[in-house]
Design a protein around this ligand. Structure first.
Ligand code: FES
Length: 310
């Protein structure tokens, strides 16, 4: 679908918020807390951004983009080329980070721009009268996006870990202090998420939720191997410059996918034979080491042949 960019707002150092409205005569689809859209950029690449506004009012969408110093082109393109009035192609909202609305208590943990999906969740929890708490760490007050939106609430704890006298977030302490039946949500950089997964390992799996806010995926395009599909018996040569997902889709193989950059887990595929070259952010270290599953949108192969359960 298409939506018109109607406002660009400086939210924090390096962070712009972008507000979209539907084109005349159209409406934007409703969305759930935690949902994202994939926007198409000028050079055809797509990027996922969380919808951060209150899902109760889908008359507009808002996303926020942090200009990453290591940008592969996505955030840099948006910061440099998007302007008010631009019509942007985007997908309907989808949700890889859904909120459990039945939770007795929700603990939100955000690192930097990872605050964005949690904002719509907080609005939703308020709307349905469910208790929550937020632990938000940013480098400095200048870099803490949406902090004004959150200030003045007892259940919001903001910390700065990059200033003199600042303090790192006690992630272990936050996770351990959460009530046993709480649902936990974390969005932030990879190191934070890895630590979070470790600290929360003893909790019921369905209560521990996470989302990577950035994908700096180095998609495997080295090629030089064959992909064989165990169920159909088809096989395809993956040449240099190809990625597995594109080759499968081009040949009519029905593979579910969403983010295309190794963060959502939608394209997770069982490996029957071969050694995957993992490039995703979704699998745990143990899962990667086992070699049993892989993300075909971004990962490649270290052996000559990969047999997939497709
Ligand atoms: S499509 Fe999202 S991880 Fe592959």
């Amino acid at each position: 679908m298409k939506a018109r960019l109607i406002q660009i707002r400086l939210e924090a150092e390096g962070v712009h918020a972008y507000r979209f409205e539907p084109l005349p005569g159209e409406t934007l689809p409703p969305f759930e807390a935690g949902a994202h859209v994939n926007v198409t950029l000028g050079d055809g690449i797509t990027r996922s951004y969380s919808l951060l506004n209150d899902p109760a009012d889908p008359s507009f969408y808002e996303i926020a983009v942090h200009l990453s110093p290591t940008s592969r082109g996505g955030s840099r393109y948006i910061h440099e080329h998007w302007h008010v009035g631009l019509v942007v192609d985007m997908t309907d909202p989808s949700n890889n980070f859904p909120l459990d609305e039945t939770a007795a208590h929700s603990v939100m943990i955000a690192g930097g721009i990872g605050i964005t999906p949690l904002l719509s969740m907080i609005d939703r929890l308020d709307a349905i009268g469910r208790p929550w708490e937020l632990h938000y760490v940013a480098q400095s007050p200048e870099r803490a996006a949406f902090v004004r939106h959150l200030s003045g609430r007892d259940n919001v704890h903001v910390q700065f870990d990059g200033i003199e006298g600042g303090q790192p977030l006690d992630l272990r302490g936050v996770v351990e202090a959460a009530p046993a039946d709480a649902h936990l949500y974390c969005c932030g950089p990879q190191g934070m998420l890895d630590a979070y997964k470790g600290f929360a390992a003893g909790r019921p799996k369905g209560h521990v939720h996470l989302e990577y806010f950035t994908a700096d995926t180095q998609i495997a395009t080295e090629g030089g191997f064959v992909v064989e599909l165990a169920k159909s018996g088809k096989s395809f040569e993956i040449k240099e410059g190809d990625r597995i997902l594109d080759v499968l889709l081009d040949n009519g193989v029905d593979v579910p996918f969403a983010c295309s950059e190794g963060t959502c887990g939608t394209c997770e595929t069982r490996v029957i034979e071969g050694t995957p070259d993992h490039r995703d952010f979704f699998l745990t270290d143990d899962e990667r080491a086992s070699g049993e599953m892989m993300m075909v949108c971004c990962s490649g192969c270290k052996s000559d042949k990969l047999v997939l359960d497709l």
